[in-house]
Design a protein around this ligand. Structure first.
Ligand code: ADP
Length: 314
């Protein structure tokens, strides 16, 4: 499903974006750019400002400050023209329930001024891409959640976009459906489509993104490739120590953390010990018969929790 043209300039560039609702600054001097043919993930907890950033990028929300260039067009001034070259997969499926899968694609295509013959030609390939060829004449209410999301993805490709924007593409999907969406997104990027997605699933970002930004409270806290972000923001090793006595764990962490050069975070019945060198810690743990522990490399979720905290959102 190749993009109509391979863009040579950045398909999306945001500089110093600010959006306020009343006294609440929900996007605060945010800058990012998506390179041609890359997948960029915007990560953040609920309320971080991801959707607002996407809406501003599309010209659907008017920013208070900042410059946005989408597919070479200034936004919001020429947002309509820019949107003609963009595909959008919103967080909540907004397919037309009165139409079949085929009809949904064709009606959507008409918004882009695509003629009927071209739409007739494109529709089977889009349904095939979404794994919905057998559902061409099915109504939306007869589709599973995963099928609806795949159809929304196919619909977003009807205009052969240079840039695909996806707001939490796999939220609410089961693992099988998520993996299929991921395969399709990888295929699109390999074919030259640029992708910007928001997510709060670290594995999604780690698997798909060439580069990512972690944001919270409207600001970018870290950016780079997944590897770069991990290397720059957290110790390379994590030892998770389990116990069913939180007070005891806290005492253990306090007593042993510092001498063993360990940075510890306590969460429930687990102490997360972050270390540059595991030798001393693992030797010490081996002598503690009552403790269970797991040694693993640090990952994006560790960075995310370090930068955005372990407190519940919502
Ligand atoms: P995310 O997508 O990262 O979950 P959002 O961009 O949806 O975050 O929201 C960021 C913050 O802006 C939240 O605190 C949200 O309540 C607030 N917000 C979003 N839209 C509006 C609006 N139309 N009016 C007032 N506040 C809003």
């Amino acid at each position: 499903m190749p993009a109509a043209t391979r863009a040579v300039a950045s398909p999306l560039r945001i500089d110093g974006l600010v959006k306020r609702y009343g006294a609440h600054t929900v996007v605060d001097q945010l800058s990012l750019s998506v390179a041609p043919g890359e997948c960029f993930a915007l990560l953040g907890p609920n309320g971080a400002g991801k959707t607002t950033t996407l809406r501003c990028a599309l010209g659907l929300t008017t920013p208070d400050a900042g410059q946005i260039t989408l597919c070479g067009e200034p936004v919001p001034a020429r947002a309509r023209e820019a949107r003609m070259r963009v595909g959008v997969v919103p967080q909540f499926d907004n397919l037309d329930p009165d139409f079949t899968c085929t009809e949904n694609l064709r009606v959507f295509g008409r918004y882009f001024g695509i003629d009927a013959a071209t739409l007739r030609e494109r529709t089977p390939a889009l349904l095939e891409f979404a794994g919905l060829a057998h559902k061409a004449d099915a109504r939306i209410q007869d589709l599973s959640g995963g099928m609806k999301r795949r159809l929304t993805l196919a619909r977003a490709l009807v205009n052969r976009p240079e840039l695909l924007l996806l707001d939490e593409p796999s939220t609410g999907l089961d693992p099988q459906a998520r993996h299929l969406i991921w395969r399709r997104l990888k295929q699109l990027v390999a074919d030259g489509t640029s992708v910007l997605l928001t997510t709060h699933f670290m594995d999604e970002a780690e698997r798909l993104a060439d580069r990512l930004a972690i944001m919270d409270n409207g600001r970018i806290l870290a950016t780079g490739s997944p590897r770069e972000v991990i290397a720059a923001h957290i110790e390379p090793h994590v030892v998770e120590v389990y116990g069913d006595w939180p007070e005891g764990m806290a005492a253990w962490v306090c007593t042993h953390g510092e001498p063993l050069s360990v940075r510890c975070e306590l969460s429930g019945d687990t102490a997360f010990c972050y270390v540059n060198d595991t030798t001393a810690l693992l030797a010490h743990l081996a002598q503690q018969g009552a403790l269970r522990y797991l040694h693993r490399p640090a990952n994006l979720e560790d960075v995310f929790l370090k930068l955005t905290g372990r407190d519940l959102r919502d």
